[in-house]
Design a protein. Structure first.
Length: 217
């Protein structure tokens, strides 16, 4: 499985704005902080070139031709709720700022923006998106490990989640204590859990991601 600690951190910001000078200025500003960026002139262009199901960091103009910035924000957040979208609004455009926050924007900044303040906000947004990607990666790895468990091992795991010790697991499954201990150890090893608490956390995350129901079959 992938070692999360060795994965390179992606420092990428998507910029969606129909003004070329703004795109150039933001690209230059981000580059001074060592942040990569990709530019799009419209919401439609962003949608055509990106998968929305992965958390992303986006600088989004509120006033766009065609699909509005608010509508694109809603699309992004609906597909990946942990995406960090920073809405750019015109000075004094309070209604757009309010709509952006209601649509779960990470933050909003006003034009003309202060470079240092904007960079600080972008750094916060990048951290949120990175944490969300790590969580998705960990969930994907937990699913892959869970798929390796036998039916009996899944039954044992379900009983571990009930807080049962090996002796009671053995009683419930009509097996010997030694066999229950063997299955319990196999579950921990296959799930690559550091301890029982870690195992429970992974198993519960799998249950939550599957509509709140942990399936042992």
């Amino acid at each position: 499985m992938t070692d999360l600690l060795k994965m390179p951190r992606e420092r990428l910001v998507h910029i969606v704005d129909d003004e070329a000078e703004v795109l150039d200025a933001l690209t230059l500003l981000l580059s001074t902080a060592g942040i990569e960026s990709r530019s799009y002139g419209s919401a439609e262009e962003y949608l055509a070139l990106n998968q929305l199901n992965e958390p992303a960091c986006v600088l989004l103009d509120g006033q766009l031709p065609g699909m509005s910035g608010i509508e694109l924000l809603k699309h992004i957040v609906a597909a990946a709720s942990d995406s960090a979208v920073i809405m750019i609004t015109a000075h004094g455009d309070v209604p757009t700022a309010v709509l952006a926050m209601r649509a779960r924007a990470f933050h909003f900044v006003q034009k003309p923006f202060d470079p240092e303040t904007l960079l600080a906000t972008v750094e916060e947004a990048l951290s949120r998106a990175e944490e969300a990607r790590d969580a998705l990666q960990e969930l994907s790895e937990s699913r892959a490990r869970f798929a390796l468990l036998t039916l009996r091992e899944r039954e044992v795991l379900a009983l571990i989640l009930e807080g049962l010790p090996a002796k009671l697991i053995a009683y419930r499954l009509h097996i010997s204590s030694r066999t229950a201990e063997h299955h319990r150890a196999a579950v921990i090893q296959k799930m690559q859990a550091r301890n029982i608490s870690h195992l429970v956390k992974m198993a519960l995350s799998l249950g939550t991601s599957n509509g709140g129901e942990f399936n042992t079959r």
